[in-house]
Design a protein around this ligand. Structure first.
Ligand code: NAD
Length: 418
């Protein structure tokens, strides 16, 4: 978690720069709702564990709130609030009809059996049922929660409501109304942003070398798709180790092995050597793609980064102090709220499909994603150039102006009521 609370400092900075009303400033400076719940889970040995959980709905002026649920021992209310704020900005930037939310349970899922994880998922949904729904707040997967967990969650919600409610959760398994293309969506969206950036720099994919930190859903799919598009992936890492091949490596077979349980630290590839995970961050590459966790680059190691550009695929991988230090050195940082927005965009497509009873094939999903991401990325980079902003400042400015327009168009009735 960003110790210097970057989520709110960048928001405050941009609110200060923009010509928005005082009402908007006040509305956006705090979360609308922060619910803390106890999440009881009956363990396989008959004992009871009670975990702390949160759901934060940051702002819903643009529509029902949207955001993932993570299971992680380090989850805190502050972290969930930051993530909910980022979701608010991301949905507004992509012009999706959603506000931002996030949820989390402070638990180490590695210590739970499959059945205990199912009980945990169902228990958390029971605890937050009253504030979620397809027109209120729509959860999705995040760290340590995937389609399996979403399947349990949509089932539990439907049992409580005594009706099928597929659009209450996105990122569901395909047989339960999940969308084609959702699993690859975050990596694919990041590739669209990279393509726009490379085009504007006059660079061809084959001239761009990339090191990828984090080889999970987002980073692994990004590496495979980027290599297919012609970019040169020269290094990949997970928490166990990093592989480096200056001439480039093929991430597809590595990702396949990783998905069947191997770790990068145990794997080899032609022409590749094992290096430390921190050494990957300091490689002399064109692009450093960060797809692991928050605060991978902080003020402590920002000076080691040799890449010309950082692609933030994870949420908050560059701390605000590191962001400022990198900007000073001329290292461009393409921000998370833009780069990883492919995931929530395809979640939006899944929500539409769930509400309309329709099913879109992978081709339609991928082409709709591209249609949405390319102009947003261009708009963001144009705005940055026109106003002398970083890409992150431009992304926040575009999003906040959209939210401000909605706050100001909605009228005041609820704020007059006593
Ligand atoms: P994941 O759990 O599938 O993958 C995370 C990867 O990071 C794993 O390979 C893990 O081993 C690796 N990792 C952890 N610590 C590391 C370290 N110190 N060095 C190198 N690698 C390390 O998670 P994910 O779904 O791919 O999400 C990754 C990030 O992307 C998170 O910040 C998440 O919030 C963000 N994100 C994901 C999606 C999505 O659709 N999956 C959407 C938006 C944002």
């Amino acid at each position: 978690m960003s110790k210097d609370n970057g989520g709110s400092s960048i928001l405050a900075e941009i609110l200060e720069r923009l010509d928005v009303s005082d009402d908007t400033r006040k509305m956006l400076s705090r979360a609308q709702r922060r619910l803390e719940v106890s999440v009881p889970v009956r363990r396989d040995d008959g004992t009871l564990s009670v975990y702390r959980g949160w759901r934060v709905q940051y702002n819903d002026v643009l529509g029902p709130t949207k955001g993932g649920i993570r299971f992680h021992p380090g989850v805190t209310l502050e972290e969930v609030t930051d993530l909910a704020r980022w979701m608010t900005i991301k949905c507004a930037l992509l012009n999706l009809p959603f506000g931002g939310a996030k949820g989390g349970v402070q638990v180490d899922p590695k210590e739970l059996s499959g059945q205990e994880k199912e009980r945990l998922s169902r228990s958390f949904i029971r605890a937050i049922t009253d504030i979620i729904g397809p027109d209120r707040d729509i959860p999705a997967p995040d760290v340590n929660t995937g389609p399996r967990v979403m399947g349990w969650m949509v089932d539990e919600y439907s049992i409580i409501k005594r009706q099928q409610v597929p659009a209450v959760v996105t990122g569901k398994p395909l047989p339960l109304g999940g969308s084609a293309g959702r699993v690859e969506a975050t990596g694919r969206g990041a590739l669209h942003v990279l393509d726009v950036w490379a085009g504007r720099q006059g660079k061809k994919p084959e001239d761009v070398t990339i090191a990828v930190q984090g080889f999970g859903n987002a980073g692994g799919n990004f590496a495979v798709l980027a290599q297919e598009a012609g970019y040169k992936i020269v290094a990949v890492s997970d928490s166990s180790g990093a592989l480096h091949a200056a001439e480039g490596l093929d991430p597809a077979p590595l990702f396949e092995k990783k998905q069947s349980g191997d770790t990068i630290g145990d794997l080899g590839a032609k022409g590749a050597e094992q290096i430390g995970t921190d050494a990957l961050l300091a490689l002399d590459v064109d692009v450093l793609a960060l797809a692991a966790l928050q605060d991978a680059v902080t003020e402590k190691n920002a000076g080691d980064v040799q890449a010309g550009m950082i692609l933030e695929i994870a949420n908050g991988p560059v701390s605000p102090k590191a962001d400022a230090a990198l900007a000073e050195r001329g290292v461009q940082v393409l921000p998370d709220v833009l780069v990883n927005a492919g995931g929530v965009t395809v979640s939006y497509f899944e929500w539409i499909q769930g509400r309309s009873g329709d099913y879109w094939g992978a081709e339609k999903v991928d082409s709709r994603l591209k249609e949405r991401m390319l102009p947003v990325a261009q708009h963001c980079f144009d705005r940055a150039e026109e106003d002398g902003l970083t890409a992150r400042q431009a992304a926040y400015a575009i999003a906040i102006e959209r939210i401000a327009a909605a706050i100001e168009s909605r009228g005041d009735s609820c704020y007059f009521r006593q």
